[in-house]
Structures are given as C-alpha cells and as structure tokens.
Design a protein around this ligand. Structure first.
Ligand SMILES: [Zn+2]
Length: 343
C-alpha cells in the first residue's frame, strides 16, 4: 500500500501529534468497518488511514518518510529494512487508546496472544472486520552478516550455518489458529510458525562483493496468521587480501617484484593467481611500474570475466662489489641512456 500519509489524513507537514491523532480518529470513525459492514471501499480506506497513522504517529517513521519521500520509503524492499505495513490483525498496533476513544472506553490494552482488550471488548467478536482481520501477513526479513575471505568471495563456496529459522507450527498446521474454534494457537502465538535451530547449507556464487546481500527465502522471521515467513538476508563482508585488490568490474590488481636482470633481459615469471598457476612474460627492457594485463584471470562470474592487472616493481641489487660495480660501469658505456629519457 503506497500512500501519502499527509494526504490520507488530510493534515499538513507541520501538523502536531495531537492534530494527527485527531484527524485519524475522526476519519477512522467514519470509515471503520464496523460502521460500514461489507463495504470493501471503506475497509480499504480504513487500512490506508491506519497505515498513514502508523507512519505519522511514530516520530522515527515520520522522519524517515519526510527524508526519503513516498517512493523510497515504500520501496526499500531489497537491502533496506523496508516499511512494514501495520498488522491489520491488531498485533503491534496502537489500537488500545484509539478504540477506547472510538467506542467510549473499554479496550485499553491488547496483547499479542489474546488479541482481547478488557472484558467489554473482544476483537474476535469484532463485527465484519473481525473476520477479515486475520489476513496472513508475511514475516519480517532478517539480516545476518557473512564474512568471507577475499579469495573465497572471488571463487564462490559452499557454506554451512547454524541459525534459528521459522518452521511451520505442528500444532496448528501453520494456520496460526485452531481451524474449528478459531482460537489463537498457543504453541506459535498465532504466527503459524516457530523458530527452530537449523543447519543452513547454501552456495555463495563466485564474485560476490563486499556489501552485497544474498537472500534466502523463508528463513527470516515468522509471519502472522499463517503468513509466509520473511527472508534471511546474508550481508556479505569481504576481508582484504594480502596480494590482490578488486574493482567493481571484477578486475583484480596486484604488484609483482622482479629483478633488475629480468627487467633488462626479459623472461617468464610465475605469479600468484586465484585459481590456478599463471605466468607473466616480461619483455626485455621492462620499466619499473609497467602494468600488464592477463586476460580472464580476474573475477569470473556467469555474467562476466574480469582481468588481472600486474604492476611490476623492479628490484635493484644492493651493495655492489667492486667487480660488479666495474661491470655495471661497462654496461653504462655499452648501453647509455639518452639524457632526455632520464630528465
Ligand atoms: Zn501454531
């Protein structure tokens, strides 16, 4: 349900808490399903009002809505915490004082399990709305951080985790209530599922990135009234590597030290690689800092194949013996560097 809560309640952005409550109460009385039995439009309107009030009566949600705007607020499905619609089945919703006002006192409190207010009021006998109020509601998503080694993230791997996950309640068959009596199931408190430890095995695909989320359906929190459980979102954290760095296009980079002689004469050198051995051919006369590309030796996913960039660092011999120094002097005579090349 995407609404502009200010429009729905007919208040402006500067409206006070009291104004918001007043506006909601007035409209809620008008559109309440009990006053409009069987009127789907009124029921829809009432749900919109409830959603609007849920947002504007909560300073955090209100601030979030004001900051993000309508689209982003309702849109943060994947990744964000997402806006959870209020449960129209009366759970987790500030019905107490609203109903006290609507019906002249009575229901001061509601409880998760009983869904009953005081002796003068019972949601279970709540006219037309009572029947429709037990709409299956999807459970909330849950986030779990998964820390991976750099190379595992590049190659992909199978993981095993032990976590509590929702399982259909065996007592009520996942319905959340006794089908005959309509009573809330005591085993799952009407949620339709219960949390149980489970060993989760899943494959992390090659090329996952730091900050990426992997969704495991149905492994979040239980739903309500037989609603599907939420999802588990694995937030991937990738540890840095001692050799490689990685860019967003799946290319890897590394530095390779080579000797002065290899740089001068050229040759082949083995370089560390994520999956198999790789060799780099150094052409004669390779300069310090030269960068080479090894095609396809980067991050390989179903979608694309990255490359490996190797920057060479030429290492000079230290402490030349007099004899060695003499040879280098000879080399200098034989292969002088033009002045313009060395500045
Ligand atoms: Zn149950």
């Amino acid at each position: 349900m995407r609404i502009d809560p200010y429009k729905t309640l007919g208040v402006d952005k500067k409206a006070s808490e009291a104004d918001i409550k007043k506006a909601y109460r007035k409209l809620a009385r008008k559109y309440h399903p009990d006053v409009n039995p069987g009127d789907k439009q009124a029921e829809e309107k009432f749900k919109e009002l409830s959603t609007a009030y849920d947002i504007l009566s909560d300073p955090n949600k209100k601030a979030e809505y004001d900051n993000l705007g309508q689209e982003a607020f309702f849109d943060r499905g994947f990744g964000g915490t997402g806006y959870q619609q209020p449960n129209f089945n009366m759970n987790d919703f500030p019905w107490g004082d609203i109903f006290a006002d609507l019906f002249g006192g009575g229901a001061k409190t509601t409880t998760r399990t009983g869904r009953r207010g005081s002796s003068t009021f019972s949601f279970d006998n709540f006219g037309g709305f009572g029947q429709q109020s037990f709409v299956p509601t999807k459970g909330q998503n849950r986030e779990h951080t998964l820390t991976l080694d750099f190379r595992d993230a590049v190659k992909g791997l199978d993981i095993t985790m032990k976590l509590d996950v929702p399982e259909p309640c065996s007592k009520c068959g996942g319905k959340g209530r006794n089908e005959k009596s309509g009573k809330v199931c005591s085993a799952c408190r009407g949620q339709g599922s219960v949390m149980k430890p489970e060993t989760i095995k899943t494959h992390i695909p090659a090329g996952v990135k730091d900050g990426q989320k992997i969704r495991l359906r149905g492994k979040g929190y239980p739903g309500q009234d037989g609603g599907a459980p939420g999802d588990l979102e694995l937030l991937v954290k990738v540890n840095p590597d001692s050799v490689f760095t990685r860019d967003n296009d799946g290319n890897l980079s590394m530095e390779k030290k080579i000797s002065l002689y290899l740089a001068l004469l050229g040759g082949k050198v083995e370089i560390p690689n994520i999956s198999d051995k790789a060799y780099l051919t150094i052409p004669p006369g390779t300069q310090n800092g030269a960068k080479f590309r090894l095609k396809g030796k980067g991050v390989v996913t179903d979608k694309k194949t990255g490359d490996l960039y190797v920057t060479v660092k030429v290492v000079l011999p230290a402490d030349l013996s007099p004899e060695a120094a003499e040879t280098v002097e000879k080399l200098q005579e034989l292969a002088p560097l033009p002045q313009e090349e060395i500045g």
